[in-house]
Design a protein around this ligand. Structure first.
Ligand code: NAP
Length: 301
């Protein structure tokens, strides 16, 4: 039986694993994808204290190495559910399709995923013009016109990055003010090939005979007028949804958006179950706060 099973090998989960390993606690991290979580796709991180600039991939790989070199264990497995209450024999369980991991504590670090627009052919055009990661896919659109959807910091950073490699960048946002940093908005205002399309939402994606994106129809919410932007790339940056579906019927309390209810002590409503990183209710979802959560939970077992 493990002292803890950690669900998710993002920054939060791997930080928890580092702290547990250093405390001599037995733990396993279960990850259904590659290690690193969302940050693995970031071209450059400039706001992690002590690291002036590092790529998301390098940062994640260093974390992974730190976990394994300290004796921590990471297994690739898809968690399907948890039994968070202690059994008669005194253990909790984390379940995968073919295995039950018995433990004294569960640390949920399952993160969040990109929200989609919900347009009819959006899924079919993924990899054929539609992308959720400008830093991963931007270079495929060198010299072409592209659009970014969203008004948060991700959309603004994406637009800035894309303006350096694409001929034209439309930023489509559903309101007349941006949610992201005013400083970045000012920078974008001064970039000649960036154009803001405000109060507008994409309503249809158009494709050529090879099923590749060639345009996006955008509706002005005030006038109802629909215009077509001729673009080869559409970068969707409209926020995240928490990866907590596997907790359905587990008894763990979620908020109305699906985030796990837990305060700064990372304790959920069930003793011995912690929520850390982006899947937890919190004001600021950053690498720093994910790492902080991982250390708090791992020090509380
Ligand atoms: P976000 O801040 O939640 O912004 C999502 C944006 O998408 C909002 O502008 C929202 O519009 C819009 N949106 C949501 N659903 C939509 C829909 N169905 N159709 C059209 N637009 C929709 O998400 P984020 O930009 O990914 O950022 C997440 C967190 O990471 C934030 O705390 C952010 O500050 C942080 N972050 C920081 C940095 C940095 O420091 N450099 C970089 C990236 C992200 P409304 O504004 O109208 O709600």
């Amino acid at each position: 039986m493990y002292d803890a099973v950690i669900i998710g090998a993002g920054t939060a989960g791997m930080t928890a694993a580092i702290y547990l390993a250093r405390r001599g606690k037995s733990a396993v991290v279960l990850e259904n994808n590659s290690y690193g979580g969302q940050i693995v796709n970031s071209r450059e991180i400039e706001n992690y204290p002590g690291l002036k600039s590092v790529s998301g991939f390098d940062f994640s790989t260093k974390l992974y190495e730190q976990v394994t070199e300290l004796g921590g264990s990471i297994e690739f497995a898809n968690v399907t559910g948890i039994k968070p209450e202690l059994s008669f024999d005194g253990y909790k369980s984390v379940l995968t399709a073919d295995k039950e991991y018995k433990c004294k504590n569960i640390i949920i670090a399952s993160g969040a995923s990109n929200r989609k627009l919900g347009l009819k052919n959006e899924d079919n055009l993924i990899g054929r013009g539609v992308s959720y990661c400008a830093t991963c896919d931007g270079s495929f659109f060198r010299g072409m016109a592209v659009a970014v959807v969203g008004g948060g910091n991700t959309a603004l950073d994406d637009a800035k990055f894309l303006s350096e490699i694409c001929s034209e960048v439309f930023v489509i946002h559903r309101r007349d003010t941006f949610r992201g940093d005013a400083g970045t908005v000012r920078e974008l205002n001064d970039i000649e090939n960036v154009k803001f399309v405000m109060n507008s939402v994409p309503v249809k994606l158009t494709a050529d005979e090879n099923s590749k994106l060639i345009g996006v129809l955008v509706e002005d919410k005030n006038s109802g007028v629909i215009t077509e932007l001729s673009v080869n790339g559409l970068f969707v940056a409209v926020g995240q949804i928490p990866n907590t579906a596997f907790l359905k019927d587990s008894g763990i309390e979620l908020d109305k958006y699906g985030y796990i209810k837990a305060g700064e002590d990372c304790r959920t409503n069930i003793k011995g179950v912690f929520a850390i990183g982006d899947c937890r209710t919190k004001a600021l979802r950053q690498l720093t706060t994910a790492a902080a959560d991982g250390s708090v939970a791992a020090s509380s077992l």
